[in-house]
Design a protein around this ligand. Structure first.
Ligand code: GCU
Length: 613
């Protein structure tokens, strides 16, 4: 079953399917919107290339004058529709993006699976080739344009063999796919395999070897001849067993720059991921601390990257956990283009079963990260072929809000959630407010029962859903909590692993000091005894018990609220079904984690609630 009309924009106008340019798409959307609105208003469009991706709207009488750059005109059309739909006046609107590169990274494999995908199979790959409904791709383009996302990376950063063909015999298919998205201002990016020269018959992939540079120059020239507006290459190198320049004794800068030079003549960029760490660590080793890795590798290279290379850095130093401090690398690369990478796919955050609205979490990032420290923003996609595109109907909020954040990182979390609800559902104000509160609190609730006080990685290995406190404890991935009968957590201060020294001095002092370190990051930065007192006077062990009981009780309340909301029947059924799974998950987390710590500490719950022995 396909719900092409799903998500926040309803019913695609049929004319939109034939549009060739963003201007035509803007005209079709506005004509359709004003026809339905039936208020006698009109609109006039003019392209002003100088406005680029920006736009201005001015109303005189009943006429909306919209001018915008080539794609700005379409963004302006969507924003005008949003404002009017949500009850605004739209007398005057003017906007332009904070970041020129607002990218969705799909982790789609060519066999149709999606790595860490929780919304069904790939929308465009199946059977090791492109396989899609062109109409659905037009809807996808519209969806992305309406959120102002302008680049889509089509394939997984882990480039498996079939995807290497995207730049060879499948290039014409890639070009046809790009053409479907072009009217929506969406350009493509391709994840490449650093060792592609080897599988293409060369003896080496050494970035300093002349034949390798020549190979990539030719590869780029062929790719851009087929797709002149290709955005660039995305690269995961020397990370989790992917090939990279280190095998040849070369640095990441040498690897990235070689590719940067190849794509430079066409205006392309190389997005080089900084997700690099020792993934074969011995748990006995207490000196190596995974969160330190990216900074140690990349900070010394600051200033060494050519100007069309962008270093893409995950928001936290670990890997998309529920709660992490901002990656110190993001704060320290003064002379390198950087991109922030967030994950919409809820790998560690409930897998589109448990509710988890991300805007409050992103606000915390930008509270610490000055917007001008980065030049681009990327998100791992949560899309798939499911009826609701994002698995859970409410998970679409995260995609929508990501686009809004990339346009303007100062967005207010509550405002953007409210905006999405109004665009998606029609319901009385009191119900809308209930849904808003539910979504706004959803991350906090999930955090309470899965990752209290910054204690992450207690998830089931590999699947990353459900509790398993020792699942990764004796493993290779560097994600230890080191709980014993007295204490839990890792000391990352100067006296411990030294991680805090990677922050600018004020933040370093802030996190280093137990008094100022926020409770929610306490066990990320410090090793704390169970009987230590926290800011609110409770002991650590009591707080661990309380949070798990509270998280579960809050989830139960959320379930009740959800039941009472007047949602469309298909959405309601899906949301209720998933909420039942969330409750089961929350109870499991509560009991497993509480028992885990009870067995270690022997401490009774002050409130005498059930903790299984
Ligand atoms: C996580 C995730 C992997 C992914 C990796 C990445 O570790 O579990 O599936 O490949 O991140 O970001 O490259």
């Amino acid at each position: 079953m396909n719900n092409y009309d799903g998500l926040w924009l309803k019913s695609l106008t049929k004319t939109l399917l034939d549009c060739d340019t963003p201007l035509q798409a803007a005209e079709a959307e506005l004509a359709d919107f004003f026809r339905r609105r039936d208020a006698g208003e009109r609109f006039e469009l003019s392209v002003d290339e100088a406005l680029g991706e920006g736009y201005c709207v001015e109303r005189t009488g009943g006429v909306y004058h919209l001018s915008g750059g080539n794609t700005g005109i379409l963004y302006g059309a969507y924003d005008l529709i949003r404002e009017l739909h949500n009850g605004g006046e739209a007398e005057k609107l003017a906007s332009s993006p904070r970041y020129p590169l607002r990218m969705l990274n799909s982790w789609d494999n060519m066999d149709g699976t999606v790595e860490r995908g929780y919304s069904g199979r790939s929308i465009w790959f199946e059977g090791n080739r492109f396989d899609y409904d062109p109409e659905r791709i037009r809807y996808l383009g519209r969806l992305l344009a309406s959120a102002h996302v302008n680049v889509l990376c089509v394939n997984n950063v882990n480039v498996h063999a079939p995807a290497q063909r995207l730049l060879t015999d499948l290039l014409p298919d890639l070009a046809a796919f790009a053409a479907l998205l072009r009217p929506f201002g969406v350009r493509l990016m391709v994840s490449i395999d650093f060792s592609l020269p080897l599988s293409s018959g060369l003896q080496t992939a050494d970035p300093l070897a002349q034949e390798v540079q020549k190979f990539w120059n030719e590869t780029a020239s062929i790719a851009w001849a087929a797709i002149p507006d290709l955005a660039g290459f995305l690269v995961k190198a020397d990370s989790e067993h992917r090939p990279g320049p280190n095998a040849y004794g070369r640095t990441h800068a040498e690897g990235a720059n070689m590719l940067g030079r190849a794509v430079k003549p066409y205006g392309g960029v190389v997005v080089w991921r900084a997700f690099v760490y020792d993934c074969l660590q011995d748990w006995r080793n207490v000196k190596t601390d995974r969160p330190c890795a990216a900074y140690q590798i990349y900070q010394p290279l600051d200033g060494d990257f050519v100007d069309n290379v962008i270093l893409q850095i995950k928001n936290g130093p670990f890997d998309f956990q529920v709660r992490e401090p901002v990656s110190p690398l993001l704060l320290s690369m003064q002379n390198t283009n950087t991109a922030l990478e967030v994950q919409l796919a809820q790998e560690y955050t409930g897998q589109q079963i448990d509710l988890y609205a991300m805007p409050p979490m992103w606000k915390e990032i930008f509270d610490v990260l000055p917007a001008e420290r980065i030049q681009a923003i990327a998100a791992v996609s949560n899309l798939g072929r499911d009826y609701f595109w994002t698995g859970h109907p409410f998970a679409a909020l995260n995609l929508y809000a990501f686009g809004r954040l990339a346009w303007d990182p100062a967005i207010d979390p509550a405002a953007v959630i409210d905006e999405w609800i109004r665009l998606t559902y029609t319901m009385p104000d009191t119900d809308r407010e209930k849904l808003l509160t539910l979504l706004l609190n959803s991350r906090h609730v999930y955090e309470l029962y899965t990752a209290t006080l910054g204690l992450c990685w207690m998830i089931t290995p590999h699947t990353h859903y459900g509790p398993n406190p020792d699942g990764y404890e004796y493993d290779l991935w560097g994600t230890y909590h080191r709980a014993d009968r007295n204490a839990v957590g890792i000391d990352r201060t100067a006296l411990g692993t030294g991680y805090t020294a990677q922050y600018p001095p004020e933040l370093q002092a802030f996190y280093e000091n137990r008094e100022t370190c926020p409770d929610e990051l306490l066990l990320f930065f410090h090793r704390v005894a169970y009987d230590a007192q926290l800011h609110d006077g409770r002991t650590l062990i009591q707080r661990i018990y309380d949070d798990h009981f509270e998280g579960c009780a809050e989830a139960e309340k959320m379930a009740e609220t959800l039941q009472s909301l007047p949602l469309p029947e298909t959405d309601r059924q899906e949301a209720v079904k998933r909420m039942a799974m969330q409750l089961k998950n929350a109870r499991e987390w509560r009991d497993v984690i509480n028992t885990f710590f009870y067995r270690f500490s022997g401490a009774e719950d002050e409130q005498g609630r059930t903790i299984y022995p």
